[in-house]
Design a binder for this molecule. Structure first.
Ligand code: PIR
Ligand code: CA
Length: 316
């Protein structure tokens, strides 16, 4: 049975790849894409989500726009990494599909409440504002969700400060709500996603599929490589967000460690840090875990195959 997921994202070059992996893999049933202000403004990332679906030729996945900015703080975007549009480096098609008109928070709540308990997985790949809002508006979702598998945080690494990762640092109060709700949370942190590097060889492998979509992805990677080299000192860009979907397709491609994880919201130097307590084996009731080692070849094979499947007009 395919896993039913909602992808809550801020596309974003790597968010776009996460969408394509979810769309092109038969083990994933993408019930909807919800958007959140993050890499760029809500307006821009929502347009990008619709444009990526258009590029993939898929018009059956609803897109719902969510919160413009964090619960407490001002929105901080990442134009240095993702450009002015949030998806710089490609000519985006004009979307023919429109947003649902339902707020993302309500789409999330209604989808969870309308489905059997234990069947819906939330996959956040941006700041956690929509998810926190949904928890506060309808607390029953916490016990009904199967699990939350999110890209964010770092156990020993930061990218938006010395110790904090962007998605968590943009809205640490929301992250605090999400990590402290008693549902199962799997954190796919920078420690893991920095292994998912798009080398020129992996990119050529995707490009060699030879479809307009594979070329689109390759152009996204060209831009991501350039901006990651200029801003973050990387040779090849880490493609963070599809690691969440890959975990759901095949958890055996990662190693997982259980540990209590909480969010720093007050530190002068450490705000947005995901603090994992590694001092002892996790207590039996620990509901948080993180991924730490990736089988890189199998990960890129999943991405490649998904893009190939969509090119073949896979009906989903
Ligand atoms: C990536 C992101 C933000 C900043 C940088 N430097 C790189 C976005 C990605 O979309 C991903 O979800 C997460 N935030 C990685 O920090
Ligand atoms: Ca993202």
């Amino acid at each position: 049975m395919a896993k039913k997921i909602i992808l809550d994202s801020d596309p974003g070059h790597d968010d776009a790849v996460a969408m394509l992996l979810a769309l092109g893999n038969e083990n994933i049933d993408l019930l909807g894409v919800t958007t959140i202000g993050g890499n760029q403004t809500l307006h821009k990332v929502t347009h990008n989500a619709l444009a990526v679906l258009e590029e993939a030729g898929i018009h059956t996945v609803p897109v719902s726009a969510g919160c413009e900015g964090p619960l407490v703080r001002e929105l901080e975007t990442a134009p240095g990494v993702h450009g002015d549009t949030g998806l710089d480096g490609v000519d985006l098609p004009t979307p023919t599909q429109a947003v649902t008109g339902k707020h993302a928070v309500d789409f999330i709540i209604d989808t969870i409440m309308d489905n059997e308990p234990g069947t819906i997985t939330l996959v956040p790949t941006g700041p956690l504002t929509n998810i926190a809002m949904a928890v506060r508006k309808e607390p029953q979702i916490v016990s009904r969700v199967k699990e939350v598998v999110l890209m964010g945080g770092g156990v020993h690494v930061g990218n938006w400060s010395a110790v904090a990762e962007f998605n968590i640092k943009v809205d640490p109060e929301a992250a605090h709500v999400v990590f402290n709700a008693p549902w199962p949370v799997t954190m796919i942190p920078l420690d893991l996603t920095h292994q998912a590097l798009c080398t020129p060889e992996r990119q050529r492998n995707i490009e060699s599929i030879g479809t307009p979509l594979s070329h689109f992805v390759s152009q996204l990677m060209d831009y991501f490589r350039k901006s990651y080299a200029e801003n973050q000192g990387f040779v090849d860009p880490p493609v963070h967000d599809p690691c969440t979907v890959a975990y759901l397709i095949d958890p055996s491609i990662m190693t997982i460690k259980k540990a209590p994880i909480d969010i720093e919201t007050k530190g002068d130097l450490t705000v947005g840090m995901t603090v994992a307590d590694l001092r002892a084996p996790a207590p039996a009731d620990c509901h948080t875990q993180y991924a730490d080692h990736l089988d890189v070849d199998r990960f890129w094979q999943l991405v490649h195959d998904a893009i190939e499947n969509i090119g073949e007009g896979l009906e989903k």
